[in-house]
Design a protein around this ligand. Structure first.
Ligand code: NAP
Ligand code: F7E
Length: 331
């Protein structure tokens, strides 16, 4: 039986990845930050197969203990301050957790490997946000990085540190450059979930409209369940490497609104949508579209859920959630 340690296990990807690894027969450990973190309690209820360890990416000693206690074959470093808009308001925290936290995790793994002699494999959750002001369309592994947010800058640091540990210490350390991936588990601060929740609530008469920022930005959106499969595949290769994971299709926020509102039978969504500068970013990433040819060829990875199905899945999920919540409030 293989053993995996996942940081960021309470997040969207951590939950899907823990299920994938459990189904494959892994023993799964998850790092949960904070004292009495409610997400840890929820994880213990919904994912009882996960063994929870306490630790924080800012605290090297906690990471060293988590690695020593779990004795992992594979470490997936998914923990991060991950909301781009928040990263301008909390630039130092984002740099420390999302950037320097990667170095802490790499050091904890290297220390354990050198003492135990066990060949631990490492996955770093890099991001298409590193491409920022894109220098090539579509973006692939060799595209010049030009981050546009404190989050993007921190991810570039973690990405290069992962490559550096691979080259300096002969570590099996891979970096997955994942484009946006969404699901019914996506946090409500991100635009797809913000829209799916609002559409459900508008349809049920619980909300009158939605206020957004830049409707012209374009993203390459995939399904999180497909993307965690790519993470696992990277660590099954003989040689560690970097891979872009993307669908190869891009859609604007307006197209997202088209599909989400269409799921509840609304074609003229403009009457429900307003914009406000407070949701605009100091520097925007206008267009992302990924070229995942390398992942398709080397890993045999293919996305299974397309954009239209993904957004409709999210709206249907939020219709169920909101209907149940309304029924509980007015039995
Ligand atoms: P998410 O839902 O925001 O989850 C982030 C996780 O990191 C949470 O479990 C959070 O724990 C944990 N975390 C935050 N600060 C921490 C700290 N100081 N120490 C330990 N853990 C900490 O993110 P996601 O969407 O699942 O993404 C997973 C990873 O992939 C992240 O690194 C993200 O930056 C990266 N990524 C995501 C996408 C995407 O489209 N989803 C694309 C590319 C890369 P709490 O819940 O307790 O705060
Ligand atoms: O924004 C625009 C916004 O916050 C997408 C993270 O997982 O993916 C994610 O980062 C686009 C941007 O995701 C609103 O300006 C318009 O152009 O859903 P988002 P993101 O910034 O792309 C990358 C790959 C990561 O690595 C990150 O961790 O939508 N937008 N109006 C809006 N965005 C939000 N959040 N809210 C709005 O009202």
């Amino acid at each position: 039986m293989k053993t995996a340690l996942i940081t960021g296990i309470t997040g969207q990807d951590g939950l899907y990845l823990s299920e994938l690894l459990h189904d494959k027969g892994y023993k799964v450990f998850g790092l949960v930050q904070g004292q009495n973190n409610p997400k840890g309690e929820s994880l213990a209820r919904t994912h009882p197969f996960v063994e929870i360890l306490s630790g924080n990416l800012l605290d090297l000693s906690s990471l060293m203990r988590a690695v020593a206690d779990s004795e992992p074959d594979e470490v997936y470093n998914l923990g991060a301050v991950s909301f781009v808009a928040y990263s301008w308001q909390n630039a130092r925290l984002t740099s420390d957790v999302t950037g320097a936290g990667v170095l802490n995790m790499l050091e904890a793994v290297r220390f354990y490997r050198d003492r135990s002699g066990k060949d631990v494999r490492f996955y770093q959750a890099s991001s298409s946000e590193m491409f920022g002001k894109v220098q090539q369309v579509p973006q692939c592994e060799s595209t010049l990085l030009w981050p546009r947010s404190p989050y993007g800058v921190a991810k570039v640091y973690g990405h290069y540190m992962t490559i550096n540990y691979r080259e300096s210490y002969d570590m099996h350390a891979s970096s997955g450059i994942l484009f946006n991936h969404e699901s019914p588990r996506r946090g409500p601060e991100f635009v797809t979930r913000k829209v799916s929740q609002a559409v459900a609530r508008i349809h049920l008469g619980l909300q009158s409209g939605i206020t957004l920022g830049n409707l012209d930005a374009k993203r390459d959106w995939g399904f999180a369940g497909d993307y965690v499969r790519a993470m696992w595949l990277m660590l099954q290769q003989d040689t560690a490497d970097d891979y872009v994971i993307a669908t190869g299709e891009t859609h604007s926020i307006k197209e997202l609104l088209d599909v989400a509102f269409d799921e509840v039978g609304v074609s003229d969504w403009e009457r429900y949508v307003s914009t406000d500068p407070r949701f605009m970013r100091p520097a925007e990433v206008d267009l992302l579209i990924g070229d995942a040819t390398k992942a398709r060829k080397v890993l045999g990875w293919e996305p299974e859920v397309d954009f239209d199905s993904l957004i409709r899945m999210m709206v249907r999920h939020d219709l169920d959630v909101q209907t149940a919540a309304a029924a509980a409030t007015n039995p």
